[in-house]
Ligand binder design. Structure first.
Ligand SMILES: Nc1ncnc2c1ncn2[C@@H]1O[C@H](COP(=O)(O)OP(=O)(O)OP(=O)(O)O)[C@@H](O)[C@H]1O
Ligand SMILES: [Mg+2]
Length: 403
């Protein structure tokens, strides 16, 4: 019979439409509750509260696969604490939850008597009519299941209810995966932050302390020789180094970075070079061939620390007599060269044990610019460190030429 002549199909259509709208409402509310920021625990609690209200369930829970043949109950609403305790960990192959977590598919069970047999006590004070198990899925990967304890059979909620529940399972899976990835990203960010802090400490305070130890050694040698003039000179140097170290520490504590002094990178390097020559007696030649040095403060700090570590290494390891430092740029491509005519080293690219961190930190700093470090060295042939990096001016604020 054609639809227009009978009111019945029209009514069915209206009911269907109402149910579809209700399904969309449910999906919308679930998606909204799952997109709120917060911990996974809060997210699941919000999800269960919203869902229980929407489908009028007596209780609900979420179980996730553990990866070692079990499912773990990670959130629940409407279940007694003793039930939650006994139901916490279940082997995969024992019940509909385990089967759905392993193979997928929505599963129905009338009442919860089989669950009660497994945990050794009733799941609910008064049993429910239907126990529903729905997979929680992210792409093709089943992460676990969620359960609904219903007082009326699922079929009473319309024919598309299965699709709706499966779709909710996918939304939940996406939210769980997102939360896991966010947790991982946070952990990585913390590790990165720690390594940055470690690098800053290595290149500032740790190096100042090494410098002071050397000065102290020279001071006690002068005293042993009873050369009080030299001893006074060393003591003054030591006092200056300590003032510098405590300024570094203050900077580290306030903004956790060493400030390039207001005169800019070139002047700061020039000061470093002057101090290096004075303290070591090594002839050091600094040549700045950059017409305009348009670097961000963060880039200036990286470049400065790389040069500083190269000089400290020359002082500690090279026995060099001459050092040359050169800054150069061709457009956005910058080159920094630090070379010495000292002892050189056999395999500069080999990873070093953790107590020799300087070269590895130099490479990390170069990568952050972003750029790279090339070390050319052979025993007896000196060492040449070349830092090459790209710094388009758009990325840098206007910085005065020559800085
Ligand atoms: N200019 C250089 N001349 C000769 N050898 C060098 C030079 N620079 C580095 N080396 C060698 O490379 C090694 C690694 O240097 P790196 O800076 O990584 O560690 P470190 O200076 O020993 O310790 P840290 O920098 O952690 O205080 C040094 O121990 C040294 O043997
Ligand atoms: Mg070093």
């Amino acid at each position: 019979m054609p639809e227009s002549t009978s009111p019945k199909p029209a009514l069915t259509q209206a009911v269907r439409l109402a149910r579809k709208t209700q399904s969309l409402d449910i999906l919308y509310e679930i998606a909204t509750s799952l997109s709120q920021p917060g911990s996974l625990e809060h997210l699941l609690e919000d999800f269960l509260d919203t869902f229980i209200e929407l489908v009028d369930a007596r209780a609900a829970s979420v179980r996730l696969a553990t990866g070692d043949g079990h499912t773990r109950l990670i959130a629940s609403r409407g279940l007694a604490p003793e039930v939650v305790e006994r139901d916490r960990l279940m082997p995969l192959g024992r019940c509909p939850c385990g089967w759905a977590a392993a193979e997928g598919g929505l599963r129905l069970q009338s009442g919860t008597a089989p669950c009660a047999a497994l945990i050794g006590r009733p799941m609910l004070e008064r049993d429910c009519t239907q126990f529903v198990v729905v997979p929680v899925q992210y792409q093709d990967h089943i992460l676990g299941v969620y359960n609904l304890f219903l007082d009326r059979p699922l079929a009473a909620m319309g024919e598309d209810i299965h699709d709706l529940l499966l779709s909710v399972g996918r939304h939940l899976g996406l939210a769980i995966e997102k939360s896991r990835l966010e947790g991982e990203a946070r952990r990585l960010a913390i590790m990165e932050e720690r390594s940055l802090i470690g690098n800053e400490l290595h290149d500032s305070l740790a190096q100042s302390l090494i410098g002071m130890r050397m000065q102290l050694k020279m001071l006690s040698e002068s005293l042993a020789r009873k050369d009080f003039g030299a001893a006074q000179y060393e003591a003054n140097g030591l006092r200056r180094a300590m003032t510098q170290a405590s300024a570094d520490l203050r900077d580290l504590l306030t903004n956790f970075r060493l400030r390039i002094d207001d005169a800019g990178l070139v002047q700061t390097v020039a000061n470093l070079v002057e101090r290096f020559g004075r303290e070591t007696g090594i002839a050091v030649f600094f040549q700045n061939e950059c017409r305009a040095l348009e670097l961000t403060p963060a880039q200036e700090i990286q470049v400065f620390y790389i040069i500083q570590e190269a000089l400290i290494n020359i002082r500690k390891h090279s026995s060099a007599r001459n050092v040359r430092i050169m800054l150069n740029n061709e457009g956005d491509l910058y080159t920094v060269l630090i070379e010495d005519d000292g002892l050189g080293m056999a395999s500069p690219d080999e990873p070093m044990p953790a107590e020799h961190a300087g070269l590895a930190i130099m490479r990390e700093r170069a990568e952050r610019l972003p750029g790279q470090i090339v070390i050319e060295s052979e025993p007896g042939e000196g060492t040449r460190i070349v830092l090459i990096f790209n710094a388009p001016p758009a990325a840098a604020p206007a910085v005065a030429a020559g800085r």
